[in-house]
Design a binder for this molecule. Sequence first.
Ligand SMILES: [Ca+2]
Ligand SMILES: [Ca+2]
Ligand SMILES: [Ca+2]
Length: 462
Amino acid sequence: MRLAPILVVLLLCAAALPADAQPSSKKAPRTLTRSVDTVVLLGAALGKAKGAHISQLRVYALHSGFLRPITFQIDERDQTGTFCWTGGAKDRRRVDFDRGKMDGNDELVVLARDLGDRALPIHIAMVVGAMGFQEVEITDPITKGKAWLYVFTFPPQIVPGRTAEDFTELRIKRHKNGEETYYWFGETFMYNNDRSRQNAVRATFLGMGPSMTRDFRGTPNLLDSTQVRAVVSFMWITLVRQSNDITVDIGGVIDGPLRVIAENQLAVRLALGYWVKAPNSYLILWRNKMSMPTNANCPVNLDESDDSSYTLCVDLHKDNHKGFKFFNSHNKTPVVIDGKTSAAEKRLDMAYPDWNCVYSKNGGMLSKFVVPDFLRKKKRSKLVYIDDANYTRHEDEEGLEFQKGAFGYQGFHMDMRGLKKGVYPGDYVVWYLPPGFKPGQEQAYLDEYRKPLTGKSTKIAR
Ligand SMILES: [Ca+2]
Ligand SMILES: [Ca+2]
Ligand SMILES: [Ca+2]
């Protein structure tokens, strides 16, 4: 009860405020309209919050004249930029050099939809017990719309509890034979690799549900599977590597309320002792998407002749594809996915797309395969789209898919002929669209990737 007098004084201050003098935020209301984004801010942009112990920080936003706690996550990175893994492989775990304080390369994560109006000193004074605070102004680089958040520091004895929401979760089920199933839970979706257990991130089940659902038993599976096919020709040999030859193990993990970051330990054996690996690569699960920033290390120079390519596609479920449509950056008029190739589908512009989208009234997927420009522009780089219940692919013959036929099978084909040995950065992003999605709404998601919200520490208005 040592703290009681301080609290009493603070409570009296708040109580002394006459009801009709309720501070208004009319001076600087939120003008930020973006709401699908997750915002990532470097510690360097957090002013006075830097140097504080992370366990003593809480994040607030001003709504209807009151500062209220919002859900946040702080992930530390060490001096080499490596995330300070708190879970996953034991030998990958580490602590930051400052042992848990906020420094320049640590990252604060918040949701754009939670951000609020700009606070006045009178609002700040109502946050009981805080030792200090920092205002952070968030700006949409496209519209210049603004919103604010407030990072408060509390004495260790009286740090308020955290909000209870946990939008992202990775659950790993270990089977008796040593295999593992990875369940990736977002806010309104879950996918797992249960039928392809050597690849932690290959989806063989996708379910969509109401916000914060964790039980997907009885939820229809929307997918057959994601499928990858790599062809590499070098030193007079041509190798084909399919989904099942590509192993993705997970190293370190950080599993917070707003994102799960997992180290991607991808490995593909070529031949002659050559392996494709992916140093400094991640699988990141967000509230409404999965992103996979990857540095692919090509260990050999690929031949100019013969085929060298990488194909990354998704096939929908043979029964549960009904009601789905497809459109993309080059084909804005949706075509119907029904296992039959229509005239409109035959006329699709097959140029390499910036993005692809499949959607129904129950939700959908918006995907982007980001590859180096010179590969995207190669002549044979293109869209893959097949809607034909009788279609048979290589994968079918080799038993790598689970259902015969192609139902809105779509994705990206990247030409790699002549690729020089080296490390190539790329990213694969899939947003899981909530029910009610309509064409045109994809722009909000694409803006998140193309023009992320920015933040800087500011002094409060007086
Ligand atoms: Ca750090
Ligand atoms: Ca730190
Ligand atoms: Ca069709």
